[in-house]
Design a protein around this ligand. Structure first.
Ligand code: PBG
Length: 341
């Protein structure tokens, strides 16, 4: 590759790039990107019970919490300055069904959690996932009809789910199901019901990834899914142009923000979306990425603090406005201590 001398004038020995790196003050002065607490969204697993915590072996430090403990933890997140949390329910097996009726029950676990948080921590943003996988007996994100995940029939249920969550007080509806056309349908349903200010965060470029494994352990959808996969609706990891088509459609249908998921292996997609559209791009540092970091840190193979902050800064450098990470509380504490030091 040749270097354009107009864009990059100068040559060694007159130019020495190490000069600007020679001391801490100089490095701080020329730094291009920064990570702050404002960039963090904390995903939390909620399950039934009172004062109940259950550990997820593949996700150390990201346990399932009962509603009362979620409220306590969210208070802590708000005190650290984290702008928003994302809720993921662990639905009891007897409430799962072929048609996922529990997904739009106004008294379901997620709706009760939203109301409890809103009452105690009114100023933190609440993001709710829209997809049927926690609620279906087969673990797919949509309704299965004649052996296929039926797009349009699923959208009807997703709209009901979104309305139930909005009625509970959810601020951001985040469809993670990858059905075609669901953003427009959900926007219309929300507007018609008067929820014109409820935001839509579309999981626009969501890939069929091996990195969701620990999440499926946590919410119990792995067993339900069995040997099946989600490749008929989640994107092929080999594709990049297609992500831009997905994002374009979702923006046209009314998405306020778009998500790229997973994160670290897909930072090229974050950058392309950021450069192509004028829309906030969020990225999801997903469960498998978190698990890898935690496992390496637990073995002493990487320094947890340094590796986590470098990872999250990488998301910012790629163009992400915010990052969903199970390590949000740790990251916030590391950042706050850094500022004090
Ligand atoms: C469900 C959903 C998944 C994740 C978020 N929402 C799993 C999946 O699609 O199977 C994964 C999050 C993670 O791995 O951290 N629609």
């Amino acid at each position: 590759m040749t270097i354009d001398s107009k864009k990059f004038p100068g040559a060694y020995p007159r130019t020495r790039l190490r000069r600007n790196r020679s001391s801490d003050w100089a490095r701080r002065l020329v730094r291009e990107h920064a990570l702050s607490v404002d960039d963090l969204i904390w995903p939390v697993f909620v399950h039934e019970g009172r004062n109940k915590t259950t550990l997820v072996a593949s996700m150390p430090g990201a346990p399932r919490l009962s509603i009362d403990l979620v409220v306590k933890a969210v208070k802590e997140a708000a005190a650290l300055g984290i702008p928003a949390v994302a809720l993921f329910p662990v639905v009891e097996p007897e409430k799962k069904s072929e048609k996922a009726e529990e997904s739009y029950n106004p008294e379901n676990l997620v709706c009760r959690t939203v109301r409890a948080i809103k009452q105690e921590v009114p100023d933190i943003g609440i993001i709710c996932d829209v997809a049927l996988d926690p609620y279906t007996s087969h673990g797919q994100d949509g309704l299965v009809i004649d052996g296929d995940v039926a797009n349009d029939a699923t959208i009807d249920v997703l709209c009901k789910q979104a309305l139930a969550q909005a009625a509970a007080g959810c601020d951001v509806i985040a469809p993670s199901d990858m059905m075609d056309g669901r953003i427009g349908a959900i926007r219309d349903a929300l507007d018609k019901a008067g929820y014109t200010q409820v935001k839509l965060l579309s999981y626009a470029a969501k890939y069929a990834s091996a990195f969701y494994g620990p999440f499926r352990d946590a919410v119990g959808s792995k067993q339900a899914l069995g040997k099946a996969d989600k490749r008929s609706y989640q994107m092929d990891p080999a594709n990049s142009d297609e992500a831009l088509r997905e994002v374009a459609l979702d923006i046209a249908e009314g998405a306020d923000m778009v998500m790229v998921k997973p994160g670290m292996p897909y930072l090229d997609i974050v950058r392309r979306v950021k450069d192509t559209f004028y829309v906030p791009v969020l990225a999801y540092h997903v469960s498998g990425e978190y698990a890898m970091l935690k496992a390496a840190a637990a073995n002493g193979w990487v320094d947890e603090r340094a590796a986590l902050l470098e990872t999250l800064l990488g998301f910012k450098r790629a163009g992400a406005s915010a990052i969903l990470t199970y390590a949000a509380l740790d990251a916030a504490r590391f950042l706050l201590n850094e500022n004090e030091a």
